[in-house]
Design a protein around this ligand. Sequence first.
Ligand SMILES: [Zn+2]
Length: 286
Amino acid sequence: MIKTSSPFTPPSAPAILYKNNLYKLIKAMIKDYKSVIGIYREKKDQVAMDATGTWLTTDITKKLDDLGGKWAKKFQEFAEDHSKKFVMKMLRLSNTQIKQVLKDWFADKRLELIGQVIPTEIKQVVKADIAYNVNLITDIQAQYHNRVFGSVMRSVANGGSLKQLSLEINRYGVQEYTRAKNIAIDQTKKVFTSITLHNCQRLGIQKMKWLHSHARKEPRPLHIRKWDGKSSPQKPNGLDGLIFNINEPPLIQEEKVSKNGKVTPAIYGYPSQLPFCGCIMVAVME
Ligand SMILES: [Zn+2]
C-alpha cells in the first residue's frame, strides 16, 4: 500500500525578496555607470580635435576601471551576506514544511530532530548552495561591466553617438534585471528542493512522487505527460506521477541533437531543477 504526503511547495516570498534586493543593487550600479556618459559628453569635442583619441580613452578607461572595482566589491559583499541569509531561511522554511507535511507519519520524536542541529551532510548542501549563489550574483556585475566596457570602447573607436551608447547601457541593465529575476525564482525552488530531499532522506524516506504543476503556459512535454506506472525513471514515458528513488534522479531532459550534429547530453534531476520548471514532489511511503 503506497501512502503519499501533501506536496512540498517552494515558498514564493523569499524569491520576491531576493529579486527586489538584486534590483535595488543593479539600479544603483546602472546609475553610477551612466556617469561615464557624462565624461564622454564633456570630452567628446576635444577628442574630435585629437585624431588619435588616446587622451579620452585613458580617461574613460580609468573611470570604468574604478567603477568595475567599486561595484565588484559591492556585489561581492552583498552576495556573501544575502546568500547566507537566503539559504538559511530556505533551510528553516523547508524544516517547517517537512514537519507539517509529515507530521502524520512521524508521530515519534524523529521530526523534532529536524532543524535542531544541522547535520554535516546538510551543512555541505547549504555551503554549496551559498557558494553557487554568490557566484551567480557577482557574475551579474561582471557581465554588466564587460558589456558596458565593450560598448564604450567601440563607441570611442568608431565615434559612435552618445545616444546610442546611453541606449546600450540601459539595454544591458534590462538584461541583468531579467537575469536577476530568473536567478531569484530558480534558486528559491532549487535550494528548497535540495534541502528538502536531504532532510527527507534523513527521516528514512526513500521515494518521492513527481507532480506537474500545470502552471506553465508552455510545459515541457516530458514533464506534463502522465507516467505509465511501469517505465523506469531513467527512461520514463512521462514524469507526472512518476515515483522515483531519491538517490536516483529521473531523466528530466532528453538528449538533444542539433541540425549540425551538436549533442546536448540528457539531464537527470529533480522537480524544479530546470529553468522555469514548476513541478513539485510529494513523499512516498510503501
Ligand atoms: Zn517541470
